[in-house]
Ligand binder design. Structure first.
Ligand code: DAH
Length: 344
């Protein structure tokens, strides 16, 4: 009787184990057939109450069958684990790739890096200046005394502080020219530097005006530096930046820190100078200001009068980026609009 029951348990167990389709099912059957409270275990535990003869018959049989079930269970378990691993490891080489979205440099940073690379290749050094600047370096040292009308053209954000008195008032720099005398106080000619940086103007914004934008200052000083050097340098730079031959045109203008001073134009980057809508049929695009450094500026820097000569120029980085990438509104740069940023 008992022997038959043991054989039945085996048949049933092997059937259920082999039909298991998950590790969960399999665990359930292990408890059922091999667990502490399983029928097989009960039989083995009850052996002590049987006669010696019966014990010798049932004992080994129950143990052999328990081992057979356990082996079969192990085998099935390995099989199921392997198939699960295989599922995990499976690579569908025909599936479309997952897109990983990463950040990238802002278009303005890219343009600034590009400009810096061109100047570094031409032997320039990159200098820096603070965005919160003293009135002195932004104006006075550049031959723009208080009440000078040139201050009106650069509406200024003044900052309140304990230092906000005398000529040491502080402000947000209105141009990168503010770095000129700072640099010259610590360095002697000959040198050629560029100063890229953020500047601020207290003015209403529209498609071509921002309160915060970037400029690029160049300052080249030595014993015998003249406007021909400037013209050559500018032509070389703009040609490299736009990837085509660019011409420079100078028009007399006034900036207190240069004498003579010029407004400079480049040949239209769209039509090459023939005349089109972008240059309003003139063939030229206005880019920035330039001139020979005023001796007053050298004096403020502590250089002896007429010992050196040099030229300086400044232009807006946004304006250049707008020309190169055909962007029609300067406000887009700081809009934080990802649709704009992702295009570059
Ligand atoms: N700082 C001037 C401005 O922001 C631009 C400028 C004009 C810079 C003439 C120069 C220069 O270095 O020589 O309007």
């Amino acid at each position: 009787m008992l022997e038959q029951e043991i054989f039945n348990i085996k048949t049933e167990a092997l059937k259920n184990i082999s039909h298991s389709s998950s590790i969960e099912d399999l665990k359930f059957w292990r408890v059922q057939y091999l667990g502490r409270k399983s029928r097989l275990n009960e039989i083995l535990k009850g052996l002590k109450d049987f006669s010696l003869e019966k014990r010798q018959k049932i004992g080994p049989l129950a143990n052999t069958i328990k081992k057979e079930i356990a082996d079969f269970w192990e085998q099935k378990n390995r099989e199921l684990e392997r198939s699960i691993d295989w599922e995990k490891e499976k690579i569908d080489i025909t599936a479309p790739g997952k897109k990983v979205s990463g950040g990238h440099l802002h278009i303005l940073t890219q343009v600034q890096n590009e400009i810096e690379d061109i100047f570094i290749a031409m032997g320039f050094e990159i200098a820096d200046g603070p965005e919160v600047e003293k009135e002195y370096y932004n104006f006075n040292a550049l031959n723009i005394p208080p009440h000078h009308p040139a201050r009106d053209s650069q509406d200024t954000f003044w900052l309140k502080s304990d230092e906000n008195k005398g000529t040491d008032k502080i402000l947000l720099r209105t141009h990168t020219s503010a770095a000129q005398v700072r640099y010259m106080e610590k360095n002697f000619p000959p040198f050629r530097i560029i100063v890229p940086g953020r500047i601020f103007r207290r003015e209403a914004t529209d498609a071509t005006h921002e309160h915060t934008f970037h400029q690029f200052e160049a300052l080249v000083v030595g014993d015998d530096v003249n406007m021909r050097h400037f013209k050559h340098l500018a032509e070389e730079f703009f040609s490299r930046f736009f990837g085509k031959k660019i011409k420079i045109r100078l028009r007399p203008s006034y900036f207190p820190f240069v004498e003579p001073g010029f407004e400079f134009d480049i040949s239209c980057t769209v039509c090459g100078g023939i005349g089109c809508a972008a240059c309003k049929k003139t063939g030229w695009l206005e880019v920035g200001g330039a001139g020979m450094v005023n001796q007053e500026v050298f004096r403020a820097a502590g250089y002896l009068p007429r010992q050196y000569q040099g030229f300086a120029w400044g232009f807006g980085i946004e304006r250049l980026a707008m020309m190169k990438y055909k962007i029609d509104d300067v406000r887009l740069f700081h809009s934080g609009d990802l649709r704009f940023i992702r295009q570059f």
